[in-house]
Design a protein around this ligand. Structure first.
Ligand SMILES: [Zn+2]
Length: 116
């Protein structure tokens, strides 16, 4: 991949990284500050629990995404970005545009999904 493209992906990934970091921190913070004692009502308590759970789930998936984005940034820096981690082949350009933090080419991704 040429430097220009690599830099462009790097920028996109950095922006995403910052957004995700902010969002994860915010969710962790609001999850912690929701106080159960503010909801003496059973129904409200359930709502609070539900909110906490969904915040936790969201922040977990965002953290996971953040890890993938950060890993991709490392690969931008070491120049291996855009190559499949399994077969070493180039990842389809459209696929990279859509999901820059992808690790595998479509063929390998399908194999992984079938195996799991
Ligand atoms: Zn592959």
């Amino acid at each position: 991949m040429d430097r220009k493209r690599l830099q462009r992906f790097g920028k996109r990934l950095e922006t995403r990284q910052q957004e995700l970091r902010r969002s994860v921190t915010q969710k962790q913070w609001s999850g912690r500050t929701i106080d159960d004692t503010l909801a003496p009502d059973v129904i409200d308590r359930a709502a609070v629990t539900y909110t906490k759970d969904s915040l936790f789930r969201q922040s977990t998936s965002e953290r996971h995404l953040l890890e993938m984005v950060e890993e991709s940034l490392l690969r931008v820096r070491n120049g291996s970005f855009g190559r499949c981690l399994s077969c070493g082949g180039e990842i389809n350009a459209k696929r990279l545009e859509a999901v820059p933090w992808t690790r595998h080419c479509i063929a390998c991704q399908e194999k992984i999904e079938q195996a799991s």
